[in-house]
Ligand binder design. Structure first.
Ligand code: NAD
Ligand code: LMR
Length: 445
């Protein structure tokens, strides 16, 4: 280590994931020493609730790191080495509509898949591009690690509209799945697993899963388990898992049967079984309501408790979350040029041999000081390639709609999507979404 101490800004300081991330950063000070931590958000009130609790956490546990939070972009993005992108444009109010509008027409209503995912992607594009521009203006050497959804669409917008920008778009879902695989095989965590994986974001397959230390092929053991139980581990491992996630991980058993050669990302169920998803959804109580009653309530309740008590002793984040731990691993790899292997959403350029070079794909990549070096994963199966071609075309059409302000392109994106049965249904959903998205979307003509 060269003794350098880093400065980090979290864009989306009011995010429910922020406190967990801060605690993981603090725990990692021997491996990633920091001199400054800042939050940026465009909702001052929401950010303040998290910011005031984090102030206490920082004072007690890392007084050497200067901490502040702001809604001023210049203050936020000046003098930083890393920008963490964790924004949700339109917040839970808009996510709720992304879920409920499609369900009204018998179509899957989900955060990042189907029409809801495309609507969310279109909202995120201008906000993420703006953050990139601020980063480039105020801290041109900084890297942005973005995990604001809809990642596949945001990554395509970055590729086309900010080529060369120092932005890496990542997702923790495969990490969650791999952690489950590790538990199924009796290993400690996803760190003990080596893998070959390919696909798009929330749309991919493992070709290989091995014990990192011994090289043992874990696929036979995993297939035997997954065909009956999906990625559901149960017991202590799943004691805090919410009901909708339990159903999601169990459903992987059916996803797996669509291609017993590979293991699927758990999000494949929204494309393989959209009718099942609609039938098992409650259009009046979707995942957003569950988060409001669970994660959001817990996070903001805990922040309030810390502020009132004036101490962060025994807080709920002392046991680390996977999501934040993964992000700390990634910034460490870039800061110290370790060339560790993680998954990235990036331009294909041959990483999947039989996909277009300009596709955005999710593949293993080596992370270092110059960013990422995507790895060759071989050829996609015929079934997978067909699915990916359709899905990535939808993602490209959403970016076309953004660039051209095109109603037609957005309609095509919805109509092409595997979750939407009919172009007339696509039109009804889009027409309902346009007025509610008016504050965020370009005017579609
Ligand atoms: P959240 O709603 O709790 O927090 C998001 C914050 O972003 C809010 O405080 C909001 O005010 C702020 N925000 C919205 N628009 C903004 C803008 N233009 N500029 C600055 N701040 C803005 O959301 P969350 O549930 O904590 O999720 C945060 C993000 O992380 C979402 O995009 C979510 O989809 C994503 N996520 C990604 C992964 C992954 O691995 N890719 C995993 C989990 C969550
Ligand atoms: C959720 O918890 O449903 C979402 O925020 C999905 C995610 O990305 O974790």
């Amino acid at each position: 280590m060269d003794g350098k101490k880093y400065s980090v800004v979290i864009a989306g300081g009011g995010s429910t994931f922020t406190p967990g991330f801060v605690l993981d950063l603090i725990k990692s000070q021997d491996k990633f020493p920091m001199r400054q931590l800042k939050f940026y958000d465009n909702d001052a009130e929401r950010q303040k609730k998290i910011g005031e609790a984090v102030k206490i956490i920082m004072k007690e546990r890392a007084p050497q790191i200067k901490f502040s939070y702001t809604t001023d972009p210049k203050e936020a993005f000046t003098d930083v080495d890393f920008v963490m992108g964790s924004i949700r444009v339109g917040k839970y109010h808009m996510r709720s509509l992304d879920e409920k509008i499609p369900l009204k027409y018998g179509v899957n209503g989900q955060e990042t898949t189907g029409p809801g995912g495309m609507a969310y992607g279109l909202r995120s594009i201008p906000a993420i591009l703006q953050i990139i521009d601020w980063m480039q203006e105020y801290s041109p050497n900084a890297w942005m690690i973005n995990y604001s959804n809809t990642i596949a669409i945001v990554a395509e917008a970055c590729r086309r509209l900010r080529p060369g920008a120092k932005v890496i778009n990542i997702c923790d879902m495969p990490i969650d799945d791999m952690d489950r695989m590790a538990a199924i095989c009796g290993l400690n965590s996803w760190h003990d697993i080596d893998f070959n994986y390919y696909g798009l974001n929330h749309f991919g397959w493992w070709k290989e899963v091995r014990n990192k230390k011994t090289g043992e092929d874990l696929m036979p053991k995993l297939k035997e388990y997954v065909k009956d139980h999906g990625y559901w581990v149960g017991g202590d491992y799943d004691k805090d898992t919410e009901a909708s996630w339990e159903a999601t991980f169990k459903k992987v058993a059916d996803d797996y049967k669509m291609d017993p050669e590979t293991l699927p990302n758990n999000y494949m169920q929204y494309y393989y079984f959209p009718q099942y998803e609609v039938a098992s959804a409650d259009p009046k109580h979707t995942r957003t309501d569950e988060i409001r009653e669970h994660r959001q309530k817990i996070v903001f309740g805990e922040c309030e408790r810390i502020v009132k008590a004036g101490t962060a002793k025994d807080n709920i984040w002392d046991i680390s979350g996977l999501h934040s731990e993964y992000i700390v691993d990634i910034i460490h790899a870039i800061a110290y040029n370790t060339h560790e292997k993680f998954l990235a959403n990036c331009e294909n350029n041959g990483a999947i041999a039989n996909m277009d070079p300009d596709s955005i794909v999710e593949v293993p990549a080596l992370f270092g000081a110059d960013g990422i070096q995507p790895m060759a994963t071989g050829k996609a199966g015929r079934f997978q390639r067909g699915l990916m071609m359709e899905q990535q075309t939808c993602e490209k059409l959403v970016v076309d709609a953004y660039v051209e302000h095109s109603y037609q392109k957005m309609l095509q994106a919805f109509a092409l999507n595997k979750t939407v049965p009919d172009a007339s249904v696509a039109k009804k959903i889009l027409d309902d979404m346009i007025p509610v998205n008016a504050p965020y979307w370009p005017e579609l003509k």
